[in-house]
Design a protein around this ligand. Structure first.
Ligand SMILES: NC(=O)C1=CN([C@@H]2O[C@H](COP(=O)(O)OP(=O)(O)OC[C@H]3O[C@@H](n4cnc5c(N)ncnc54)[C@H](OP(=O)(O)O)[C@@H]3O)[C@@H](O)[C@H]2O)C=CC1
Ligand SMILES: CC(=O)N[C@@H](CCC(=O)OP(=O)(O)O)C(=O)O
Length: 344
């Protein structure tokens, strides 16, 4: 049994970590922090957790207390993990950061997109990008994991087989993505209000979203020439879920793309390649750590269309964080992550 802490436990990814870890046989949540709710029991704030965490209460973040744990998840806004990571690592505590603090390898690029100086550039070299389908071996021995963003997870898993096989033009990639409103976090914001977000649909960040450099970095790692990517996110009136429609142009002779995807992901516990002709739905991954993919070759064109769906709070954040923890501590990779999706 390992002891873990969660910094930033009142947000949606924090409570999702608690929900999933409640079923994990090898993990005990020792500490959960919130500055605004310190002293409040987690099950009083989140009644879905009653019967699972009846005594655990939020506490102020305390580096000394966190440094006594085996691992700490950061489910905090960008910049918070920068401040605490060095001290925790020095105490031997392993870190799984759900924010973007260590996702970009270049501190200068990070500052440009996140509008602040990078707070721990000295740790970037050892940080491992926590996409197991790409970096499983490095994750096993990592001390510091940067859990990929939600859109980047859906997009990278969809393009991975095609780019690795060198079948598409890396300069002509278009990722048209939709997210549910929990992607914007639990903090009160006007665009997340029911009257603003429901019965409406809009794009945002079309001329540059902070996930663009992260996705570009990941796709560049899959092959040798620099990618040209257009990424347009949209806010859609659902609570959870990401749907990515990924366009690319075939450069090689037509292959059996269905077989390519099935072979690439044959041994991946959390990637499900759907039968030919499928159109995966976001509700089919609600609450689970699976990315469901379908690959299409539309009639009469050279275009490949990949459809990729995840739950932004699970494979897009907290579930993927636990998948990383399982790999880091030598547990079965699927531990705590095997329940089927909710339906409907
Ligand atoms: N929502 C999603 O779908 C996804 C989110 N992420 C990322 O995960 C992280 C958390 O997201 P989400 O759960 O939505 O966030 P929220 O904004 O909903 O929650 C943030 C949490 O962090 C705590 N916090 C805020 N500031 C500080 C601080 N300075 N020091 C310590 N704790 C702090 C808050 O508690 P308090 O202020 O009381 O201390 C709160 O518990 C973000 O970086 C987000 O970008 C990643 C992928 C998907
Ligand atoms: C719908 C919505 O607002 N989504 C968020 C992205 C999700 C997120 O939390 O970003 P990270 O993965 O980088 O942590 C946004 O577009 O800013």
């Amino acid at each position: 049994m390992i002891k873990v802490g969660i910094v930033g436990g009142t947000g949606y990814t924090g409570v999702e970590l608690l929900r999933l870890l409640a079923q994990h046989p090898n993990v005990h949540v020792e500490t959960i922090t919130s500055r605004s709710e310190a002293g409040v029991k987690v099950c009083d704030m989140y009644p879905n957790l009653r019967g699972h965490y009846d005594t655990l209460a939020f506490s102020e973040p305390d580096a000394k207390q966190l440094g006594a744990l085996d691992a700490v998840f950061f489910a905090t806004p960008h910049g918070v993990a920068h401040a605490l990571a060095g001290e925790l690592l020095a105490n031997g505590t392993r870190i799984i950061d759900l924010s973007a603090d260590f996702r970009l390898r270049d501190a200068k690029v990070w500052s440009e997109w996140y509008g602040q100086a990078h707070g721990a550039p000295e740790l970037l070299e050892e940080a491992v990008y926590g996409l197991p389908e790409m970096h499983r071996e490095k994750i096993k021995t990592a001390r510091l994991i940067a859990v990929p963003g939600c859109y980047p997870t859906a997009v990278q898993l969809g393009y991975l087989p095609l780019l690795e096989a060198g079948l598409i033009d890396p300069q002509q990639l278009i990722a048209d993505c939709k997210s549910g409103v929990t992607g914007a976090g639990r903090g009160a914001k006007v665009p997340s209000l029911l009257a603003e977000a429901s019965e409406s649909f809009k794009a945002y960040g079309a001329s540059g979203h902070r996930h663009l450099p992260e996705i570009r970095q990941g796709l560049n790692d899959m092959q040798t020439s620099p990618v040209g990517l257009t990424f347009v996110p949209h806010l859609t009136p659902m609570i959870r879920g990401i749907h990515a429609t990924l366009y690319s142009q075939l450069t090689a002779r037509a292959e059996d793309l269905q077989a390519l995807f099935e072979q690439r992901y044959a041994h991946e516990p959390f990637v499900d390649v759907m039968p030919a002709g499928s159109h995966p739905e976001t509700r089919s991954v609600k609450g689970i750590n699976t990315c469901r993919l379908a690959v299409h070759r539309p009639e009469g064109s050279n275009t490949v269309v990949v459809l990729s769906v995840i739950d932004n709070l699970v494979k897009g954040a907290s579930g993927q964080a636990i998948q990383n923890l399982n790999l880091m501590f030598g547990f079965d990779e699927t531990m705590g992550l095997t329940a089927p999706a909710l339906m409907p």
